[in-house]
Design a protein around this ligand. Structure first.
Ligand code: PEP
Ligand code: MN
Length: 356
């Protein structure tokens, strides 16, 4: 699917709440040049008992936006019945939310209901950080004959205390882009940030990373919103934010920058290759250590040794003017992989003994 602008912006309330709220928000966004209105009708709420959307009756309000303002309208579908109702009401696009993308049964039934209908489908990343699950939902749609698909990256639920409501996990979106280079990729900074104060920063980051556009929540009176009141922007704030974005071109127009970029990228490729080689050497040593631990009946994890490694790499990071906590994260992953490898050496041996 080819988008007609960059950034391509889909904006509107988290939920449609009343005809007046939908019309007031849509009018303000339309006057500011936004072409596509989003509004949730069937809301997937984490706990029951809160506002769960107005459901089917909101379809008429979206149809009114389409007819009176000429905007495109889209809403979330989570099952076959939702799709059918949207098709009957002439909704222009639908989106599959993060909780639904995570469920292959539902994505399959939605794909079947949408196949051959010519309605573009927006697929948000699943709630688990799983590139294959996101890919699988897209593939199901493709196999059923859905031609126009847009991916939306909204980040992943966080386990620890964190700045954002959802961890940006940008690399997963970039990996999806590598799998589907022609598919438009948007960012949803509203659900990612969970607070309106982060929307601008996350939107700019998405533009810097080459995203094609944004899906942003906007409500005519954000503080009074019945869902996600903290993260929605008033239409005027949204329009100002979009117009303030700096849009680096995805490929360089000017030849000098293109050449420079290429040569820097080649150096990065070279360094990456060396890094992977070093990782492989390190893993080989780690396997040898695993063998020694096994024959000496020594436990795999020895916290004293790990503390030494951590203080060593922290000192090194500081001396190279690197952020120690970033370096620490990389080493946590390396350490975890080493432990897994050593555990598998030990458990393989146990299995062999069982067989004998
Ligand atoms: C939404 O866009 O309204 C929504 C519920 O988002 P997500 O599926 O990303 O949580
Ligand atoms: Mn929302």
């Amino acid at each position: 699917m080819k988008l007609d602008s960059r950034p391509y912006v889909i904006a509107g309330p988290c939920s449609a709440e009343s005809e007046a709220q939908v019309m007031e928000t849509a009018r303000a966004l339309h006057e500011g040049g936004i072409g596509v209105l989003r509004a949730g009708l069937w809301k997937p709420r984490t706990r029951p008992g809160c506002f769960e959307g107005v459901g089917q009756r909101g379809l008429e309000w979206l149809a009114r936006v389409k007819n009176e303002l000429g905007m495109k309208v889209c809403t979330e579908v989570a099952c076959r019945e939702h799709v059918q109702k949207c098709l009957d009401a002439g909704i222009d696009m639908v989106w599959i939310g993060a909780r639904t993308t995570a469920n292959p049964f539902l994505t399959q039934e939605i794909a079947q209901a949408l196949g051959g209908k010519g309605v573009p489908v927006i697929v948000k990343n699943p709630v688990s950080r799983d590139l294959d699950l996101w890919t699988g939902a897209i593939e199901r749609l493709m196999r059923e004959g859905v031609e126009d698909i847009i991916a939306v990256h909204r980040g992943f639920p966080v386990e620890q205390e964190s700045l954002y409501r959802n961890d940006p996990g940008w690399s997963v979106a970039l990996d999806l882009h590598a799998r589907f280079p022609q598919m438009p990729l948007l960012c949803d900074p509203s659900h990612m940030g969970g607070d309106r104060k982060y929307v601008r920063k996350l939107s700019q980051r998405a533009m810097d990373l080459g995203f094609d556009g944004l899906m942003v929540e906007s409500h005519c009176r954000p503080q009074e919103a019945l869902s996600d009141p903290d993260q929605q922007l008033a239409p005027s704030e949204l329009l100002e934010m979009v117009s303030s974005l700096n849009l680096p071109s995805v490929c360089c127009d000017d030849e000098k920058s293109a050449g420079e970029l290429n040569s820097l990228r080649l150096k990065i490729d070279d360094l990456d290759a060396r890094l992977v080689g070093i990782l492989s050497e390190r893993m080989e040593l780690s396997r040898k250590i695993g063998e020694v631990k096994k024959s000496g009946n020594v436990s795999v994890v020895q916290s004293g040794r790990w503390n030494e490694v951590v203080s060593h790499i922290t000192e090194l990071a500081e001396s190279y003017h690197l952020n120690p906590s970033t370096v620490r994260k990389i080493f946590d992953n390396i350490h975890e992989a080493s432990i897994a490898e050593q555990n598998s050496i030990i458990s393989n041996d146990e299995q062999n003994q069982d067989k004998a």
